[in-house]
Write a protein that binds this ligand. Structure first.
Ligand code: PLP
Length: 404
């Protein structure tokens, strides 16, 4: 059976160049980078080279890169660390309702510690409104944390414009760039970003490594203790193979970005058009143009995204419904709910995220098997069989654009 992986926003395979260098650092260049002997010095050299590769991709300086265990740790460090370091200036934070849980739960923790958090709403395409952002800034606001690309619907948020507002008002700006790092151009200076989170396993590196970009001069209250690594900002023996692999993955992503985005956009649009035109009662979720090249998110009326996933899996196709972190729970995705979708449509969502290993044949295969699967599931659905009755929800639901 054909196997088609379309879940690159959940994780990516390690690319061969990275696997090779990681193996080298597990077996031959295995020293502790804090050791003074040649084994240690060689490992140190690998880390410092990776720091340059990562800094280059976002136009930062190597000394502004702190390696972490991934995007989640970087988000926690940036948000909790900067809030605690600045609590004397104010205790208000602004974020969005569609952030990853690493950001939302860090904000929830701070709320328990007495901070006030504003969760900016988004429109039906997952976009924030800059005037609403400005209107919510107060004298107490110390941090704005907004993602660059949403992991579920692929909407690209106006980070540069937010950065300009944050700079003008003298507020720290953190960006969860885990879904855009290595995929879209990022310039921390041009975008006025003070802190930025990135992760290795979303860009063909290994799992369990990522980084926080921390602009020179920005203070963080430490949340971990026990060593002088990463200039005392992130203690613990470094994940040397992972870091070296992350560095290489970053450099290669930068080199291939433009070509790969052109290729993915064509495949993505073929998949979107193919589904919307051939399967009735479907709608695209997320933004039509401000969209990550590899992201497809579509709702299928009258069926559950979860059943769709299982049927696709039987055909060798790996996808996701909503976010990987929320599957396993029956709650609809907080992102789709924030976009104003009704429960039924949110539950019927399917996310297909493309990557460098996908070909046009993969897309053709999905377009071949998906209509049959949807038809089979709908045939079993009492909702579908009584669809006129059950479509009343649309009168209340302002954004369902489903075709009759
Ligand atoms: C995957 C992801 C994270 C978490 O990164 P990990 O390296 O898996 O901890 C954070 N934010 C977004 C937007 C993500 O997609």
């Amino acid at each position: 059976m054909r196997k088609v992986y379309l879940d690159h926003s959940a994780t990516t395979p390690v690319r061969s160049e990275v696997a090779q260098v990681v193996t080298e650092y597990y077996t031959n260049i295995f020293g502790n980078p804090s050791s003074v002997h040649s084994f240690g010095r060689e490992a140190r050299k690998g880390i410092e080279n990776a720091r340059e590769q990562v800094a280059n991709l976002i136009n930062g300086k190597p000394e502004e890169i702190i390696f972490t265990s991934g995007g989640t740790e970087a988000d926690n460090m940036a948000i909790i660390g900067s809030a605690l370091a600045n609590k004397n200036k104010g205790k208000h934070i602004i974020t969005t309702a569609i952030e990853h849980h690493a950001v939302l739960d860090s904000c929830k923790y701070l709320e328990k510690e007495g901070f006030k958090v504003t969760y900016l709403p988004v429109d039906s395409e997952g976009m924030i409104d800059l005037e609403t952002l400005k209107a919510n800034i107060t004298e107490e606001t110390i941090l704005i944390t907004i993602m660059h690309v949403n992991n579920e619907v692929g909407t690209i948020l106006p980070i540069k414009e937010v950065g300009a507002i944050a700079k003008e008002r003298g507020i720290l700006f953190h960006v969860d760039a885990v879904q855009s790092y290595g995929k879209l151009p990022i310039d921390v200076n041009e975008m006025n970003i003070d802190m930025l989170s990135a992760s290795g396993h979303k860009i063909y590196g290994v799992k369990g490594v990522g980084c926080l970009y921390l602009r020179r001069g920005v203070k963080l209250h430490p949340i971990m203790f026990g060593g002088a690594q990463e200039r005392k900002r992130r203690p613990g023996t470094e994940n040397v193979p992972g870091i070296v692999g992350f560095g290489l993955a970053s450099e290669l992503a930068g080199q291939e970005m433009e070509m790969e985005n052109q290729r993915l956009t064509v495949l993505r649009d073929k998949l979107i058009t193919g589904i919307l035109e051939n399967i009735p009662c479907t709608q695209l979720n997320g933004h039509r143009t401000q969209r990550l090249p590899g992201n497809v998110n579509i709702s299928f009326e009258f069926i559950e995204g979860e059943s769709l996933l299982l049927m696709l899996d039987l055909k060798g196709i790996a996808a996701s419904s909503g976010s990987a972190c929320t599957s396993g729970s029956l709650d609809p995705s907080h992102v789709l709910m924030a976009m104003g979708l009704c429960h039924e449509i949110a539950h019927g969502s399917l996310r297909l995220t493309l990557g460098r290993d996908n070909t046009e044949e993969d897309i053709d295969y999905v377009l071949e098997v998906l209509p049959e699967i949807v038809e089979r599931l709908r045939a079993m659905s009492p909702l579908y069989n009584n669809r006129d009755k059950h479509r009343n929800h649309r009168e209340e639901c302002s954004i369902c654009t489903l075709r009759k």
